[in-house]
Design a protein around this ligand. Structure first.
Ligand SMILES: *Cc1c(COP(=O)(O)O)cnc(C)c1O
Length: 406
């Protein structure tokens, strides 16, 4: 039977202490020990289901972490206060001063800045490569490399990483493959495709309501235990853990993720098709013309669509700004960063979420100043939405002259 990540979540049945179907929120930072001996024991051994302090584990964060581990078909997970916290602690757990990382060059701007500017201060340096070029990936690996880092579907250009191929390269060189799967929860299960560690910004699709910032790391029991180790764990000692109330809310939203992903995907597919038909340069992995469309079809879990993000190049930054203003006025959605929200969000990555990247580098990777990234919402009538977008495109003078002649 094929793997169904949504079923994995559905089958995660937990009861609270009163049989509550939404387990009681554990609103506590610390826990009593019924005997002093018990306290000694708990600080010496990691005992599953025993809690000592909420920077370590909290029942509410543990429920969410366990559900995420099931979704990914992984052994264990930990939840964090942001996606950046999840990425930072995972990398700091894996790398020490002197170590190197090989990372994709089209990654989220915050991750790029972490790798490029912050980690070098601690002696951890990164080589950025085109992950679609296996020879370039191999050439960037040195005896000091510890981690191969990628986004399964990259931000904002929506390049799809060949996870099985990257995993083979990682194995050959004894590296850990760390995959940011923020754009494609349920659609891709990176651990099943050879990743060692999966990280998420749960701020996006997983939560879906844009009311908090959160992240997670899913990996082996051993890795999660190391992250939470009271003597050397990056999560335990840097401390970016998620609050229990947020964790409880996220767990409830996780149970509707499959329905939301399907709707985001249907709507995005429709808009991408229409934008392409209108003659615009569109990036969407669901389109047959996307360079890694076939690869994604090969790797993906069935039935969750191709994701909710569409990027379209409208030429210049001035045009992109006019278009976004017009679309906000016409209630297509919000001119805002972030993604995975029930309403449509649009932003121009070159000037926002990828602005950490120098303009020269952005242009080299094909991230034009006129790129507009849509996080397509859960609109009930996407044909109406398209009619409004089309009018906005025309009003700002973008020619809609059909697909280029063959
Ligand atoms: C938003 C995002 C992050 C960072 O997550 P936060 O929750 O904002 O810290 C990391 N990776 C990707 C792909 C993202 O879109």
């Amino acid at each position: 039977m094929t793997f169904d990540p949504a079923r994995q979540i559905q089958d995660y049945l937990v009861f609270g202490e009163y049989g509550d179907v939404n387990p009681s929120i554990c609103d506590s930072a610390t826990y009593t020990f019924l005997s002093a001996d018990q306290m000694d024991e708990r600080f010496t051994h990691d005992i599953e289901g025993c809690f000592l302090y909420s920077r370590h584990w909290n029942p509410s964060t543990k429920y969410l972490a366990d559900a995420l581990a099931r979704m990914e078909d992984g052994e264990a997970a930990q939840v964090m206060a942001s996606g950046m916290a999840a990425i930072s602690v995972a990398l700091l757990q894996l790398c020490s001063g002197g170590d190197e990382i090989v990372a994709g060059r089209t990654i989220y701007g915050g991750t790029y800045a972490l790798l490029k500017n912050l980690l070098p201060r601690f002696g951890i340096t990164t080589r950025f490569v085109d992950l679609l070029d296996a020879a370039a990936v191999r050439a960037a690996i040195t005896p000091k490399t510890r981690v191969l880092y990628c986004e399964s579907i990259s931000n904002p250009l929506l390049e799809v990483a060949d996870l099985p191929a990257l995993s083979r390269i990682a194995r050959e060189h004894g590296l850990q493959l760390v995959v940011d799967n923020t754009f494609s929860p349920l659609i891709l299960s990176p651990l099943r495709l050879g990743a060692d560690v999966v990280v998420y910004s749960m701020t996006k699709f997983i939560n879906g309501t844009n009311d908090c910032v959160a992240g997670s790391v899913v990996a082996s029991h051993d890795f999660i235990a190391r992250l939470c180790d009271i003597n050397g764990g990056a999560s335990m000692l840097l401390g970016p853990v998620l609050d229990s109330i947020r964790a409880a809310n996220l767990l409830k939203n996780l149970h509707s993720l499959h329905i939301r992903m399907v709707k985001h995907g249907e709507n995005a597919m429709y808009l991408a098709g229409q934008l392409q038909q209108a003659g615009l340069c569109v990036h969407y992995p669901g389109l047959a013309t996307h360079p890694q469309h076939a690869l994604l079809v090969q790797m993906m879990n069935r039935g969750f669509g191709f994701g909710g993000i569409v990027a379209v190049d409208v030429g210049t930054h001035a045009t992109a700004k006019q278009l976004m203003m017009r679309m906000q006025e016409k209630k297509v959605g919000y001119l805002a960063v972030s993604l995975g929200y029930f309403k449509t969000l649009f932003s121009s990555p070159g000037q926002s979420t990828s602005s950490e990247m120098p303009a020269e580098e952005r242009h080299r990777i094909g991230l034009g100043d006129g790129l507009v990234r849509f996080s397509v919402g859960l609109d009930n009538d996407i044909e109406h939405t398209w009619a409004v977008i089309k009018a906005c495109l025309q009003e700002v003078g973008i020619p809609l002259d059909g697909p280029p002649a063959q």
